[in-house]
Design a protein. Structure first.
Length: 302
């Protein structure tokens, strides 16, 4: 009642008028922009889901794009959406429409997933937001929650360049993309981030040295957060969004090691590459074949 009075007073104060036939009061379910809002949370509009289920296999790229647009509107409710829809989105990159058995299987699977969507809780801006993030080899996955209840799910397929990047870069990409996606929830308040990349735990305390780190840091400016390391076996929600729900034993596993690089190393590299005296010294030592000399060159450094 307090919220209702505040809204009506503001309307009256600013001379705005609401059409009575389009208003409902004292109800426990509201249909709003393709969603159903209840005390339990937010779910997709059943009529829209039924339209997806009744869809027939597309015969043109335009129809396929429309189907993916409709399912993509509710992607926040579907775990692992980017991975499931990946074979269909790949078809859009071609100028010629080609429908095969794999695409048809994906089409059927995606329609089935739309019938078992999650119920998302409504955000409480007096409580702490928690982001759990994971980056696999192709898609990234993230979930934002409060008190253990998911508020919104997010998954996105990475471009080829990002897929070939190190796990550190992919995880940073997942963090910045998720924060940008949910900035309307996060700006102006403190929140927690959980990642299974241990080296990112001290991100906010690291000395920014490389252009790539500066790029990531600029995207995180203005946000207040703490990063916590959460092993993959504990980070099940985000991990499920970024990985296929199949046996991963057949997939090649990538092990990446990272370490802090002192700023003096970068300065020495610059000295030997750019400074005339440093370049001359490096050349002189590289040409010296005396086995008694006490200097060697490794990775461009003396």
């Amino acid at each position: 009642m307090l919220h209702l009075r505040l809204v009506l007073d503001l309307l009256e104060l600013n001379q705005f008028f609401a059409k009575a036939s389009k208003c409902v009061f004292a109800v426990d379910k509201v249909d709003y922009l393709g969603h159903v809002v209840t005390p339990q949370g937010v779910t997709p509009d059943p009529d829209k889901i039924q339209a997806i289920i009744d869809s027939t296999a597309p015969k043109t790229l335009t129809v396929l794009r429309g189907f993916l647009g409709l399912t993509g509107f509710y992607r926040r409710f579907v775990r692992n959406y980017a991975t499931i829809a990946s074979p269909l989105t790949d078809l859009l990159s071609s100028t010629k429409f080609s429908w095969n058995t794999s695409a048809n299987t994906t089409f059927t699977t995606l329609k089935e997933k739309m019938t078992i969507t999650s119920v998302l809780s409504l955000p409480d801006f007096t409580k702490l937001f928690v982001l759990e993030i994971d980056a696999a080899s192709i898609p990234i996955g993230a979930v934002m929650s409060q008190d253990g209840h998911p508020i919104v799910l997010f998954s996105k397929k990475m471009c080829n360049r990002m897929q070939s990047a190190s796990i550190y870069v992919r995880e940073m990409f997942a963090i910045t993309e998720s924060i940008n996606k949910w900035r309307q929830y996060l700006v102006g308040r403190h929140f927690h981030i959980y990642t299974n990349q241990k080296s990112l735990k001290n991100l906010v305390a690291q000395t920014i040295q490389t252009p790539k780190q500066q790029k990531w840091a600029s995207k995180l400016q203005g946000f207040s957060f703490d990063i916590f390391y959460k092993p993959r076996k504990s980070n099940l929600v985000a991990d499920a969004l970024s990985r296929k729900q199949t046996d991963l034993s057949a997939e090649p596993q990538l092990l990446s090691l990272s370490s802090a690089i002192p700023s003096i190393i970068s300065k020495l590299h610059e000295y030997y590459n750019s400074d005339k005296e440093g370049h001359s010294l490096l050349f002189k030592i590289s040409q010296d074949t005396d086995p008694a000399q006490h200097y060697t060159i490794r990775d461009g450094l003396v």
